[in-house]
Design a protein around this ligand. Structure first.
Ligand code: DX5
Ligand code: ZN
Length: 236
């Protein structure tokens, strides 16, 4: 049984008061800080880039995860590492042939059925050679297709919403994917999207050990209580 870690996405933070917001995460007992990087191409909207990781870096000792929802992530890995990210999370959908439904510009969500593992390995090693961790992210519609690279990953991040926005509804159909992955994988399994007091226990029961959340934390009256509750869910 693994300890539950709480990974707070600053997507719902007040960016004008970033240092207070990061302190709020730390004081509440969060284990990691999650930065949602969106480019308006891989997902419909634009958020932030390496400058925000760089701004957060001196504010906390917590590990910072850069969740890269961007096209051509390979071109940006070094910049995020230089900015201070400890974990780089790469979408499988950037490493395989896209389904016909999402090949065109502006078609979302991006989905694949398989990945080019040699291409993916290159980026895994680029990250590991710099002493950083790499997670692979799967969109809800992308099946488990990581077998050839699974042993090289530090973790897998299962999206429980189609990426692009905070405050979306949790998709329970991804729980089967978590269960199937946990049956063959002992590394970290993280989940991202729609996590709250009702959905978190389902994710943990399915085998998740890292809970990522934005609106549940930043919308709470008592964020420390949210973190205590999440950490208290017993692992599978
Ligand atoms: C969605 C992002 C998530 C998002 C989670 O595209 O990757 O990290 O910020 O927000 P909540 O917790 O509100 O669903
Ligand atoms: Zn995210």
């Amino acid at each position: 049984m693994k300890d539950i870690k709480v990974n707070i996405s600053v997507l719902c933070a007040n960016f004008a008061k970033l240092s207070e917001e990061v302190k709020r995460c730390e004081d509440a007992g969060a284990n990691m800080i999650h930065v949602d990087v969106m480019d308006g191409h891989f997902v419909p909207v634009i958020t932030v880039g390496p400058m925000i990781v760089e701004a957060i870096r001196p504010l906390t000792r917590l590990p910072i995860e850069a969740h890269l929802m961007i096209e051509n992530p390979s071109n940006h890995i070094d910049l995020f590492i230089e900015a201070g990210a400890d974990i780089i999370s790469l979408h499988a959908e950037c490493y395989g042939e896209r389904r016909a439904s999402c090949r065109e510009y502006g078609q979302f969500p991006k989905e694949v059925d398989s990945i080019d593992s040699a291409l993916f390995q290159k980026d895994i090693h680029k990250i590991k050679d710099k002493g950083k961790k790499v997670f692979c992210v799967l969109n809800p519609g992308t099946p488990l297709c990581l077998e050839p690279v699974l042993d090289d990953l530090d973790g897998v991040l299962i999206m429980s919403v189609n990426p692009g926005f905070a405050k979306q509804k949790f998709m329970p159909e991804v729980l089967a994917k978590v269960k199937a992955l946990r049956a063959v994988y002992s590394g970290d399994i993280s989940i991202d999207g729609g996590i709250n007091e009702k959905t978190a226990p389902l994710a943990v029961e399915a085998g998740v050990n890292i809970l990522s959340a934005a609106s549940y934390f930043f919308g709470a009256e008592d964020p420390a209580q949210v973190v205590r509750y999440l950490k208290g869910l017993s692992g599978a």
